[in-house]
Design a protein around this ligand. Structure first.
Ligand SMILES: C[S@@+](CC[C@H](N)C(=O)[O-])C[C@H]1O[C@@H](n2cnc3c(N)ncnc32)[C@H](O)[C@@H]1O
Length: 275
């Protein structure tokens, strides 16, 4: 029996926070995350016959980039606003081989064995029942189909996340909380969960990418608009409370990084596997 990996559903297990940041995510976060998608896609085989499913697709970070090179992509997400961003971007880019489906990635409304490639970049990592998410990916793949799944590596490998956490610490708390790797942040757990779902040839690699940052103010504007946990934090405060938290975060960011423009890196685990 595989270990039970279900977690208590937190706020990011619901569509609301993702819909709240959909426009900002599409405008800013998407460009940075696309650099990880490109690294993952470079390890897959596909051509103009390939049928793809992108689970927890967001505004189409991976799908819009991949669409010209494959036959068809089914894009699944549970956030209506994220899917609206994708629909608008596909229309303005003239991408016609996408189908948009509002559904929970833990319960895919597709028959078994339908897709050649199944992708979940920074999506399945948020599912309260990840094992169910992996099993659903496995179920909808054709025999020998390919999976591509990513998650963030532990915080100690992400100066970007460390900076955000430290800048948002309440005043008087001298150190950010210690990194607490959980779930797919642990590479062995990631690998074990894929194997338990029935995958073979599981290959998980660290990929580091740099975000260009032009100024502390711009960095925080983009972070609040496009990063769901930070938007949730803002939403839990009064306007005045948030104004002082954000002003302190901008000041700490400027002090910590010194000169601008600069770059901040983050490391992800990117897994490929076969059914
Ligand atoms: C960090 S974004 C990643 C989006 C995109 N894959 C990318 O690489 O930029 C996480 C996405 O997962 C979606 N999501 C989270 N839990 C989900 C679930 N249970 N079912 C479907 N979508 C989910 C959110 O709505 C959001 O669009």
């Amino acid at each position: 029996m595989p270990e039970d990996t279900r977690t208590q559903p937190g706020p990011l297990a619901l569509p609301g926070p993702w819909s709240m940041v959909a426009a900002g995510y599409s405008a800013t976060t998407r460009q940075f995350l696309q650099t990880f998608s490109e690294a993952g896609l470079a390890r897959l085989d596909f051509d103009h016959e390939t049928q793809v499913i992108d689970i927890a697709c967001g505004p189409g970070t991976t799908a819009l980039h991949l669409a010209p090179f494959v036959s068809h992509i089914t894009c699944v997400d549970f956030s209506t606003a994220m899917l609206d961003e994708l629909r608008n971007a596909a229309a303005s880019d003239g991408v016609a081989n996408l189908e948009i489906c509002e559904a929970d990635g833990q319960d895919l409304p597709f028959e078994a064995g339908r897709f050649d490639v199944a992708i979940s970049m920074f999506g399945l990592m948020f599912f309260p029942d990840r094992q169910r998410g992996f099993s659903e990916i496995h179920r909808v793949l054709k025999p020998d189909g390919q999976a591509l799944v990513s998650s963030w590596a532990p915080v100690d490998r992400s100066p970007l996340t460390q900076l955000v956490m430290a800048a948002l610490q309440p005043e008087g708390a001298s150190l950010p909380p210690p990194p607490r790797p959980s779930g797919l942040e642990l590479r062995d757990t990631f690998s074990q969960e894929m194997i338990s779902a029935g995958f073979s040839d599981v290959d998980i690699r660290a990929v580091t990418r740099a975000l260009d940052v032009s100024s502390p103010e711009q960095f925080w504007q983009d972070t609040v608009a496009g990063i769901a946990p930070v938007a949730l934090m803002k939403n839990s405060m009064s306007e005045d409370e948030w104004a002082s938290v954000e002003a302190l975060a901008v000041k700490r960011t400027a002090e910590r990084l010194g000169s601008w423009p600069t770059t901040l890196t983050s490391t992800a685990w990117i897994a490929t596997a076969r059914k």
